[in-house]
Design a protein around this ligand. Sequence first.
Ligand code: MG
Length: 159
Amino acid sequence: MTRAGIGYDCHRLADGRRLVIGGVEIPHERGLDGHSDSDVLAHAVIDALLGAAGLGDIGEHFPDTDERWRDADSIVLLEAVVGMVGATGLEVENVDCTVMIEAPKIAPHRQAIRASLARALGLEAASVNVKATTGERIGFVGRGEGVAALAVASLTAAG
Ligand code: MG
């Protein structure tokens, strides 16, 4: 049996913030605003995993009203969620994701992001796919106001 889950997240781009995507800090004049490190891709992957396991959503497990998660490293949160998934007797089979960002280009960082997510997920890089697209200069992504990410995860019974 395979279980699938979907995750979506978006964060506003702001001055004086770091741009962290899938655990990789990307040099840019603006970064993602929010309570944690605001790693939009890690958050989408977390929700895909929680969804596939039937474990609710990221806000339920790591509320942004909780000071423990201020400036939290979202890769650490992702690792915690992989542990929660494992505790249900499931294991992650693969993850696919898309980052929607106008600038900067993700392509030069794609393999680093893939390796970072694979490490946190306990998977080979071949089981993690990272895609990126722009907003075609329309909408909040296209105007450079924010970054969004989508992820799909599949889980199977651990064996
Ligand atoms: Mg988020």
